[in-house]
Design a protein around this ligand. Structure first.
Ligand code: SAH
Length: 357
């Protein structure tokens, strides 16, 4: 049974101060609680040594402070790690840790399943959907710190330095919870992952994009994948609601973009579908006036998919056209594909028991 008590990791620092006052406590206690949970990694109020026993018990009476259950922990041959988390109601999501030389990105999920139904994406084939709560989003970051033994370490000694919202779900369909969770994750006295180290990826929920820039100021990524509405309507069906000129208009006006902080345009390379030189030239034309860089993603296969990945030569030729026009076009290395942890492969076994229960 899910607990009726709220989990303390669902509150921003300001909200926590209010809760403590409601309990008749002094709001100065926020500091030791916050430090205990987000710097030391306490999993029980009794572990917060800077609190009196009385306060530890009072908090335990009113809040939970736990961890989600980790159902599976897989490590890829390239070091990528995929965790399957289960929440008290039985729902499951995946998060993926992608280590690099001097840093690493934790790819977190924002929903169970996804309603976007992008035709080339495995998560898009999932029916079941619910928004993750603030606690469930924050839990993914806490789990990474736990598993990587990074509590109390300097950032330069950590693998989990960056966060990308590129897991399961559409973060802008769950904006309120994503936004609160990111404020908790960004808090400088806690996990302290700054907005410059966070990237939020959207398929193009246009009305929310400005708020991401103003309220969160994180880096923005757009899952573009096609440069004509006709094809994008098919690949990324939300395009029917927010077509390309509206999406690119919102990008042109994105408040947190600059020359130094470019918007990343993700473009999955689908053989014979969206990968011609003419497509690349049209992409360049469409990006004019936007602080943009392009990330070409070799399409990752999943069982039953109707696509193939473009050839290496094709991807390179596509990249060259973009580079020659003055935009950076990186070809994303596929990470963790042996454990189905690469982009678009997340589906998890999250459809399991809850459906049949
Ligand atoms: N819903 C958000 C967050 C998901 S991000 C969004 O669409 O941006 C996941 C990224 O991986 C998106 O760019 C998605 O389009 C891409 N992707 C999905 N399936 C893929 C696949 N099979 N191969 C490569 N990339 C894929």
């Amino acid at each position: 049974m899910p607990s009726l008590k709220p989990d303390i990791t669902g509150f921003t620092r300001q909200e926590l101060a209010k809760k403590l006052i409601e309990l008749g406590l002094n709001s100065v206690l926020v500091k030791p609680v916050w430090n205990g949970v987000y710097v030391k990694g306490a999993t029980d109020f009794s572990q917060i040594a800077t609190l009196s026993r009385k306060h530890q018990l009072l908090l335990a009476d009113h809040f939970t402070l736990g961890r989600s259950t980790i159902v599976r922990d897989l490590i890829s041959r390239d070091g990528t790690r995929k965790w399957l988390l289960q929440f008290p109601d039985g729902h499951r999501v995946e998060s993926v840790m992608i280590p690099e030389q001097d840093r690493g990105a934790l790819c977190i999920s924002s929903q169970v399943g996804c309603t976007l139904s992008c035709t080339f994406c495995h998560t898009g084939t999932m029916k079941l959907v619910r928004n993750l709560t603030v606690t469930e989003i924050v839990a993914q970051a806490l789990n990474a710190r736990d598993k990587l033994c990074e509590w109390g370490k300097k950032r330069t000694d950590c693998v989990c330095t960056n966060i990308v919202l590129m897991g399961m779900g559409e973060p802008l369909f769950n904006f309120d919870n994503v936004s609160t969770a990111l404020k908790i994750i960004m808090d400088g006295d806690g996990l302290g992952i700054s907005r410059r180290r966070i990237m939020l990826s959207t398929a193009g929920v246009v009305p929310m994009i400005k708020r991401v820039g103003i309220e969160l100021g994180v880096n923005l990524a757009i899952s573009l994948h096609a440069v004509h509405d006709e094809l994008r309507d098919e690949l990324v069906p939300i395009n029917k609601k927010y077509p390309l000129h509206e999406l690119l208009g919102a990008c042109r006006d994105y408040p947190a973009a600059s020359n130094a902080r470019r918007i990343t345009f993700e473009y999955v390379m689908l053989k014979g579908v969206n990968d011609s030189d003419a497509d690349a030239r049209e992409l360049v034309r469409r990006l004019q006036g936007i602080h943009a860089k392009v990330n070409l993603i070799p399409w990752n296969p999943w069982p039953g998919a109707a696509y193939q990945c473009s050839t290496r030569d094709r991807i390179q030729s596509f990249a060259r056209i973009i580079n020659d026009a003055g935009y950076s076009a990186a070809i994303r290395a596929s990470r963790g594909d042996d454990i189905m942890a690469a982009c678009g492969q997340l589906k998890s076994d999250s459809e399991h028991s809850v459906v049949t229960r």
